[in-house]
Design a protein around this ligand. Sequence first.
Ligand SMILES: Cc1cc2nc3c(=O)[nH]c(=O)nc-3n(C[C@H](O)[C@H](O)[C@H](O)COP(=O)(O)OP(=O)(O)OC[C@H]3O[C@@H](n4cnc5c(N)ncnc54)[C@H](O)[C@@H]3O)c2cc1C
Length: 165
Amino acid sequence: MIAVDVTVIGAGIVGCAVADAAARPGRSLVLLEKEPRPGAGVTSRNSEVGHGGMYYPTGSLKARCCVRGRRRLREFCGEAGVGWRDVGKLIVACDDAEVPGLERLLALGEANGVEDLALLGRDELCRLEPQVAAVAALHSPRTGILDAEGAARALAARAAGAAPR
Ligand SMILES: Cc1cc2nc3c(=O)[nH]c(=O)nc-3n(C[C@H](O)[C@H](O)[C@H](O)COP(=O)(O)OP(=O)(O)OC[C@H]3O[C@@H](n4cnc5c(N)ncnc54)[C@H](O)[C@@H]3O)c2cc1C
C-alpha cells in the first residue's frame, strides 16, 4: 500500500483546481480519474461559459466565487496558453414588461462587482447584434468562453509540477 498526504478523486475542472490548490513541495498528492485523461467528464461537454456573476444574491459564496473565480480563471488561461475569449453575453427583453427584470439584474450584477455591465436600448442592441429582435438588452462584455478541458489539463499539469508555477 502507498501512503499519500492528499487524494483527490475525479479530475474534472473542480478536482484539478483542488489538486492545484493543494499541491505543495514535499506533499504527496494523487489525483484519481476513471477516464483516460483529465477533464473528460462534464467538464469537456458543458457550455464552456465563464459566467459574469450577475445572477447570484450579493454577498453569497456563489456571487463572490463566480466573479473572483472568472477573473482568476481568465488570468490562468492567459498564462497557461489555454483558450479564453471575452465574447460577452446579451440577456434580452423581448417586450417592455421584461425591462424591469433587466434593471434588477443590472443592479444585482453591479452590487456583485461584475465589470462593465450596460443596459442597451433597441438601437444600440441593433448595432451590436443586428439579428437579435428585442426591445432592450443587458450586455455583459466580460462573460467569456473557454477551453474548459484544456484548463483542467493545465491545472493538473501545474499540480504535478510539470509546468512552471
Ligand atoms: C449541460 C451542462 C452545461 C454546463 N455549462 C456550464 C458552463 O457553461 N459554465 C460553467 O461554469 N458550468 C457549467 N456547467 C456546470 C459544470 O458541471 C461545471 O462547471 C464543471 O464542468 C463540473 O466540473 P466537475 O469537476 O465538478 O465535474 P466533472 O467534469 O464531471 O468531473 C468529475 C470527474 O470525476 C470522475 N469520476 C467520477 N467518479 C469517479 C471515481 N469513482 N473514480 C475516479 N474518477 C471519478 C469523472 O470521470 C469526471 O472526470 C454545466 C453543466 C451541464 C450539465
